[in-house]
Design a protein around this ligand. Structure first.
Ligand code: NAD
Length: 499
């Protein structure tokens, strides 16, 4: 299996610029205050580029450009916007390896995931929303003999979007595709930990977009994100990130009554009922694979199944096999296509996770495997690697209640169905959940009773564009994906017409 060369070195499929500016009005524009920040790769901890450090003045410039572009873009026919989205998807497909390597280098995630999942999914989102906007229809109601009510959609205008670092390109595309399809102009702020892969993507697709329709402003949360979310020149703010930041975004937006979509944190339960051990046709194997999903993307997934609940009657047999499976996860250089688990995305995140490894021990949880950083040596010794870790404990512990956002599983047992539901729902969050059982009625009931926006049954971690995604409780407000998402980026206009 190939190992991709580091970006910018001999034989590499792509290279980053050494400095990235903001992308505003179709041009690369230096930040008003002339400041930049360093961007290290988590693969080896070394800086590979510097990026514009923006302030409110830069957000204003981007909003000027977006406002200049929005009216004409909003008036284009849905078929025309769909064509733009399809061309972007084609361009991304032609550059799949380059984008996958860029994303892997900047975020630390395994390139086999970016090649097979993250980037193809992003491409499919553009294609899905190209189709969805063409299929969108309004409605007509007869009010009485002399009056009809038309309902149809209008773009909001200029929208703000703020995204996290865990799936830099996919998170950008989840937001850009529906917003653009619906006819809006966008100002998007990437996470300060992972701006370069999005900027690299923009360098590949910028000629396909009218100037000012997509503007990317880089920088930190309070310096650049807050002025965007607080602006009265946007008609919506769509945010993905931590629940604590989501609360702030809502406060800023409330000043101007700006609608929010919030995609926030999670502490998702993954429930294994007793019949998984008896299954002999490959189902048990799939369930064991499902158990390891907490380590996918280094555990940096909002729906990470970070709590495993295993029925008492099968607990010791199932957990024995499952922990062995976790120990087979191959950690290594993210650019090696054999690697299953790469580096944590930043040093801050690495330190946060290691602090939770200590918290888990201090509160009495038992380490079944992992529990420490991984020293991969050589060129990778400066990178941020942590062993996939399984803690056994109880649901009241902090490691069961707080989002760690790393490859750390909190495992416990349950006695019966009611006990499983009570543990699963004993959380502030409600984003994802997994249910593993061949008993269709029980699996259906669990899907109904778990308070979460996405419940996977006998599978985990699929994110098709046509399945609505979003949180209950403190995991968020609103939904992403699915054609219903278009409604979140449009006004509904009613014309009441008398003859
Ligand atoms: P974060 O909240 O720290 O940052 C997210 C973004 O918000 C970044 O661009 C950051 O610069 C910006 N930001 C930070 N403070 C801000 C402020 N005061 N004003 C405006 N902007 C601000 O989150 P993160 O650490 O980048 O991402 C991890 C979190 O994202 C996890 O909690 C994870 O669960 C969540 N997440 C949720 C989903 C979902 O769909 N629900 C998807 C991916 C990640």
């Amino acid at each position: 299996m190939p190992v991709f060369a580091n970006p910018g070195t001999d034989g590499a499929v792509m290279s980053f610029e050494s400095r990235y500016e903001n992308f505003i009005g179709g041009k690369w524009i230096a930040p008003t205050k002339g400041q930049y920040f360093e961007n290290p790769s988590p693969v080896n901890g070394k800086t590979f580029c510097e990026v514009a450090r923006s302030t409110a003045e830069d957000i204003d410039l981007a909003l000027d450009a977006a406002h200049a572009a929005a009216p004409a873009w909003g008036k284009t026919a849905p078929a025309e916007r769909a064509q733009v989205l399809l061309r972007i998807a084609d361009r991304m497909e032609q550059n799949l390896e380059k984008i996958a390597v860029a994303e892997s280098w900047e975020n630390g995630k395994a390139v086999r995931e970016t090649l097979a999942a993250d980037i193809p999914l992003a491409i499919d989102h553009f294609r899905y929303f190209a189709g969805a906007i063409r299929a969108q229809e309004g409605s007509l109601s007869q009010i009485d003999e002399d009056t009809v009510a038309y309902h149809f959609h209008e773009p909001l205008g200029v929208v703000g979007q703020i995204i996290p670092w865990n799936f830099p390109i996919l998170m950008a595309v989840w937001k850009l595709a529906p917003a653009l399809a619906a006819g809006n102009a966008v100002v998007l702020k990437p996470a300060e930990q992972t701006p370069a892969s999005i900027l690299y993507l923009m360098s590949l697709i910028s000629d396909l977009l009218p100037d000012g329709v997509v503007n990317i402003v880089n920088g930190f949360g309070v310096e650049a994100g807050k002025p965007l979310a607080s602006s009265n020149r946007i008609r919506k703010i769509a945010f993905t990130g931590e629940t604590t930041t989501g609360r702030l975004i809502m406060q800023y937006a409330s000043e101007n009554l700006i609608p929010v979509t919030l995609e926030l944190g999670g502490k998702s339960p993954n429930i294994f009922f007793d019949d998984v051990m008896a299954a002999d046709d490959g189902f048990r194997d799939r369930a064991l694979e499902g158990f390891t999903m907490f380590a996918l993307n280094q555990g940096e997934v909002c729906t990470c199944p970070s709590r495993a609940l295993v029925q008492q009657s099968i607990y010791s047999d199932f957990v024995d096999l499952a922990v062995k499976r976790v120990e087979q996860i191959k950690q290594g250089n993210p650019l090696d296509t054999d690697t299953m688990m790469g580096a944590q995305a930043s040093n801050d995140q690495f330190e946060k996770i290691t602090s939770y490894l200590n918290i888990g021990r201090e509160e009495g949880a038992k380490v079944l495997t992992g529990g420490e950083p991984a020293d991969l040596g050589g060129d990778l010794s400066g990178g941020y690697y942590i062993k996939p870790t399984v803690f056994e404990g109880s649901n009241s512990m902090r490691i069961f209640q707080e989002e760690i956002f790393g490859p750390v599983l909190a495992l416990t047992s349950f006695s019966d169905y009611e006990n499983a539901m009570s543990i699963a729902n004993d959380t502030l969050y409600g984003l994802g959940a997994g249910v593993w059982s061949r008993d269709g009625a029980r699996a259906y009931r669990a899907g109904r009773d778990i308070q979460a926006g996405r419940v996977w049954t006998n599978t985990y971690h699929d994110y098709p564009a046509h399945a609505a995604f979003g949180g209950y409780k403190q995991s968020g407000i609103g939904r992403e994906n699915h054609a219903m998402m278009l409604d979140h980026y449009q006004q509904t206009k009613n014309l009441l017409v008398g003859y």
